[in-house]
Design a protein around this ligand. Structure first.
Ligand SMILES: *[C@@H]1O[C@H](CO)[C@@H](O)[C@H](O)[C@H]1NC(C)=O
Ligand SMILES: *[C@@H]1O[C@H](CO)[C@@H](O)[C@H](O)[C@H]1NC(C)=O
Ligand SMILES: *[C@@H]1O[C@H](CO)[C@@H](O)[C@H](O)[C@H]1NC(C)=O
Ligand SMILES: *[C@@H]1O[C@H](CO)[C@@H](O)[C@H](O)[C@H]1NC(C)=O
Ligand SMILES: *[C@@H]1O[C@H](CO)[C@@H](O)[C@H](O)[C@H]1NC(C)=O
Ligand SMILES: *[C@@H]1O[C@H](CO)[C@@H](O)[C@H](O)[C@H]1NC(C)=O
Ligand SMILES: *[C@@H]1O[C@H](CO)[C@@H](O)[C@H](O)[C@H]1NC(C)=O
Ligand SMILES: [Zn+2]
Length: 408
C-alpha cells in the first residue's frame, strides 16, 4: 500500500475492522457497539444549561481587525444584543474569536470531542463515516462541537482505500466499479448514511476520471457538497478535473503546476491542505523523495497566492498503524501556524478556521461574531494578530451558548 495515499479513511478502517476481516494485526481494541452506546448515553439535557451572559471587556475579532473592548451577549444558543437580566462575566480584555472549525477530523468517542472543545474547536467535519451509528452518536451533544458527517468514502475495487472500505465494513458492494455503479451507490448512501456531504477518493490506482466526475455530478443533483481526498499530484489533478467542491490534503510527491492552480481557482474549488497531517507523515517516513513536505507547503502557498480559498483541517485521529497520528484540538492551532508558514497572514489563517469553512459548507449560522449567529466563541488571552500562537492561550470556550467544561 502506498502510504502517502492511505491516511484519512485508514483511521476509520482500523477502528472498525474486526479480526475476522483480516486486520486484527494492527487493530486497536475498540468495541464499536459499546462506544456508540457510551456516546449516546453521554447526551445531556442541553437547553437547561442555556443562560444569558454579558461578556464584558472583550476585544472582538470581526474578520478584519481586533475591535476595542466591548460587551458580547450570549442569549441561549445564540449571540444576542440585550443585556437585561444577564449574568456578567469579565473578559479581562481578552480577544474573542468565532469558534474554530476543523474541516477534517476523525473523532470516535467523547474524549476526542472533549479535546476538540477544550481547544476551541466548535464545529468539526467527520471525514470517514464507515458506521453511520458511530458518527451519529457523536452529533448533537450539548457543549461539544457541532459535528457534520460524511458518507462512506467512495473508492474503487482493488485500490488502497477500496481495500480499507471493505475491511472496515465487510461489504464489497460499497466500492464502486465504474460509472454504472454510481447512481445506486449515491442513493444507498443517502438512504443508509444521510450524509451532510459526500467524500470521494482520488488515488492511483483508483476511481477513473469518468467515475469521479459522475460522483460529483450526482452529489450535486441531491444538493450535497463533495469533498475529494487527493494526496499525490496525479490524484490532485483528477480531483480538480472532477469539479469537486473541496480537495483535501496536498500532494507530498510534487508541487502542482500553475495551470492546475488556475483551473482550481476558475472552478471555485476550496483547498483544505491538512498540512499538520502532511508534515507528520513526511517526518514519519523520510525514506522516499515522494514524501516531500516542502512540496505540500509550496502548493498551499501557490493556491493561496492565486486566491483559492483555504480551510483549516487537521485529519486528527489517535490511531496507531496510520501514517501519522494527529491529536484532537491542539492540531487546529498547529494548522494555523502551518498556514502562516505557507504565507498566509494571521488574519487570513483565522478566516481559514472560521468564516471560510462556514461559508464553503453553506453553514450560515456560524463563522463570525454577530447578533443572531450561534454563540460559538473562543476567548483567548493574547492577540493572535501579533502572534498566531496566541490562539492556544484559551481562557473560555462556548459552543451553542454553553460554556465548555460546564455542561455536566
Ligand atoms: C515510506 O513511503 C514509501 C513511499 O510512499 C513506502 O513505499 C514505504 O513503505 C514507506 N515506509 C514506511 C516505513 O512506512
Ligand atoms: C434530563 O434531566 C432530567 C433531570 O436531571 C433527567 O431525569 C432526564 O433523564 C434527562 N433526560 C435525558 C434525555 O438525559
Ligand atoms: C477514546 O479513545 C481514546 C483512544 O483514542 C482513549 O484513550 C479514550 O480513553 C477513549 N475515551 C472514551 C470515553 O472511551
Ligand atoms: C438534539 O438534542 C435535543 C435536546 O437533547 C433534541 O431536542 C433534538 O431532537 C436532538 N436533535 C437531533 C437531530 O438528534
Ligand atoms: C487491495 O487488496 C488486493 C487483494 O488483497 C490486492 O491485490 C491489492 O494489491 C490491494 N491494493 C492496494 C493498492 O494495496
Ligand atoms: C468491474 O467491472 C468489470 C466490467 O465492467 C468486470 O470485468 C470486473 O470484474 C469488475 N471488477 C470487480 C472487482 O467487480
Ligand atoms: C521538494 O519540493 C520542493 C518544492 O517543490 C522542491 O524544490 C524540492 O526539489 C523537492 N525535493 C525533493 C527531494 O524532491
Ligand atoms: Zn482523514
Amino acid at each position: 500500500m502506498r502510504l502517502e495515499n492511505s491516511y484519512c479513511s485508514l483511521f476509520g478502517a482500523v477502528l472498525l475492522a474486526s479480526p475476522a476481516l483480516g486486520c486484527g494485526g494492527n487493530a486497536v481494541p475498540f468495541d464499536i457497539p459499546s462506544v456508540i452506546t457510551a456516546n449516546n448515553l453521554a447526551r445531556s439535557n442541553g437547553t437547561m444549561l442555556h443562560k444569558k451572559i454579558a461578556l464584558n471587556n472583550v476585544r472582538v475579532f470581526d474578520g478584519t481587525c481586533i475591535l476595542p473592548p466591548s460587551t458580547v451577549v450570549i442569549d441561549g444558543p445564540l449571540i444576542g444584543s440585550d443585556t437585561t437580566g444577564a449574568e456578567h462575566i469579565d473578559g479581562k480584555g481578552g480577544v474573542l474569536l468565532p469558534g474554530l472549525i476543523d474541516a477534517h477530523c476523525h473523532p470516535a468517542n467523547m474524549t476526542h470531542m472533549q479535546e476538540l472543545a477544550k481547544w476551541g474547536v466548535t464545529s468539526g467535519f467527520a471525514m470517514a463515516c464507515f458506521s453511520q451509528e458511530l458518527c451519529s452518536s457523536l452529533t448533537n451533544h450539548t457543549g461539544l462541537p457541532s459535528l457534520l458527517r460524511t458518507s462512506v468514502p467512495a473508492s474503487a475495487p482493488g485500490s488502497a482505500h477500496g481495500n480499507i472500505s471493505i475491511a472496515a465494513t465487510g461489504d464489497i458492494s460499497l466500492v464502486i466499479n465504474g460509472t454504472e455503479a454510481v447512481p445506486s451507490w449515491i442513493s444507498r448512501q443517502l438512504a443508509d448514511q444521510d450524509p451532510d456531504y459526500f467524500k470521494f477518493i482520488a488515488e492511483t490506482p483508483g476511481l477513473d476520471q469518468a467515475t469521479l466526475d459522475l460522483l460529483v455530478k450526482n452529489a450535486h443533483q441531491y444538493g450535497k457538497k463533495s469533498v475529494t481526498h487527493a494526496a499525490t499530484r496525479e490524484a490532485y489533478a483528477q480531483a480538480i478535473l472532477s469539479r469537486t467542491d473541496h480537495i483535501h490534503h496536498t500532494p507530498l510527491d510534487h508541487e502542482i503546476s500553475p495551470a492546475l492552480v488556475e483551473n482550481m481557482l476558475q472552478q471555485g474549488q476550496f483547498s483544505t491542505p491538512t498540512l499538520t497531517m502532511m508534515r507528520t507523515t513526511a517526518l514519519n517516513n523520510r525514506t522516499t523523495s515522494s514524501n516531500n513536505f516542502t512540496a505540500a507547503l509550496s502548493t498551499t502557498s501557490l493556491l493561496h497566492k492565486a486566491g483559492v480559498p483555504i480551510l483549516t483541517g487537521t485529519d486528527a485521529n489517535t490511531q496507531t498503524g496510520v501514517p501519522a497520528t494527529v491529536p484532537f484540538g491542539s492540531s487546529l492551532h498547529d494548522e494555523l501556524e502551518n498556514l502562516v508558514e505557507a504565507g498566509m497572514s494571521n488574519i487570513e489563517a483565522l478566516l481559514a478556521a472560521t468564516v471560510t469553512p462556514a461559508r464553503a459548507f453553506g453553514l450560515w449560522d456560524r463563522g463570525t461574531i454577530q447578533v443572531g449567529m450561534r454563540a460559538d466563541l473562543v476567548l483567548v488571552g493574547g492577540d493572535p494578530l501579533e502572534d498566531i500562537k496566541n490562539t492556544k492561550d484559551i481562557k473560555r470556550v462556548w459552543i451553542g451558548g454553553v460554556q465548555v467544561g460546564q455542561q455536566q
